[in-house]
Design a protein. Structure first.
Ligand SMILES: [Zn+2]
Length: 287
């Protein structure tokens, strides 16, 4: 981990940490943990960082801490939602901007002539998540797979420094774009979500219903939030996944959020155009 909590409640980044200035009392930033940490200066292979000594019961991360073990994507999303506000508010911690460009998922997307060269370049040089050294972020993301990789390869304090550049000069914290169903539902029904912005939401598929004009893929309810993936008839031809392939699976979905107040059920819908808007996930736990 590269961020630690000081006794005065401020956060310090390992690259800025100076014991004569900040003191030796440093703690894990996770509210459920607060284990005492030590500082490890930059070495030949690793950046400066903080760690627990593990030598006493005291200096170990608690089992619920975001640094206890590598996180799967769902736990990672939850921890980033928990840490991000504090980390973004800490002026001394450097922020990271990653361009988010998901337009190539769109089966109707036709690159403009001026974009074509850029696109060819992007295709020759796909997301750089894999090739980059550890602790270094990708510059841009253009697939669901890359979002999953990002969320599971990097520690939650680093993820919490990320803003996504969604185009048009707009930059949003990662935790405002990659969401739990509950959070997406809350943003939508409190009119705080944006209509023209795609969101990433995870869930487990409960039921697939094909109607003549529309297909509904219901997610298992989390805290009683009704959540459904919607595909309109026009896009059926781009959706090849069968019910057997979908049912019971954990997925990350990318799409635009939409209210459905039919029979006052307040269902949150996420509208997609092809099966490329769904990425299957491997979860560590089954709950
Ligand atoms: Zn901890």
């Amino acid at each position: 981990m590269r961020t630690a909590l000081l006794p005065n409640g401020a956060l310090v980044h390992a690259s800025e940490y100076d014991p004569t200035l900040h003191g030796y009392e440093i703690y894990c930033l996770d509210k459920s943990c607060r284990a005492p940490l030590i500082f490890v200066p930059k070495g030949d292979t690793a950046s400066s960082h903080f760690k627990t000594t593990g030598k006493s019961e005291d200096s170990k991360h608690s089992a619920t801490c975001g640094f206890y073990q590598p996180l799967d994507i769902v736990d990672s999303i939850e921890k980033v939602a928990e840490y991000q506000k504090d980390i973004l508010q800490a002026h001394s911690i450097k922020k990271t901007v990653i361009s988010l460009n998901m337009r190539r998922l769109d089966p109707e997307y036709e690159p403009k002539k001026t974009d074509r060269e850029q696109q060819q370049q992007e295709e020759a040089d796909p997301d750089k998540v894999k090739t980059k050294e550890k602790n270094e972020n990708p510059n841009s993301i253009s697939s669901l797979k890359s979002v999953v990789q990002l969320m599971v390869q990097y520690e939650p304090d680093l993820l919490s420094t990320i803003y996504f550049n969604i185009g048009g000069g707009r930059k949003l914290p990662l935790s405002n774009i990659v969401l739990s169903q509950e959070r997406a539902h809350q943003l939508l029904w409190e009119d705080q979500s944006m209509r023209d912005v795609g969101y990433f939401v995870y869930g487990r598929i409960a039921e697939v219903m094909r109607r003549e004009k529309v297909m509904y893929i219901k997610l298992e309810r989390v805290n009683d939030v009704p959540f459904t993936i919607v595909i309109f008839e026009k896009y059926f031809k781009y959706f090849k996944l069968s019910e057997a392939e979908l049912k019971g699976k954990d997925v990350l979905i990318y799409g635009v959020l939409r209210k459905n107040d039919y029979q006052d059920r307040k269902t949150t819908e996420i509208v997609i155009k092809s099966d490329k808007y769904i990425e299957f996930l491997k979860r560590k736990r089954s709950n």
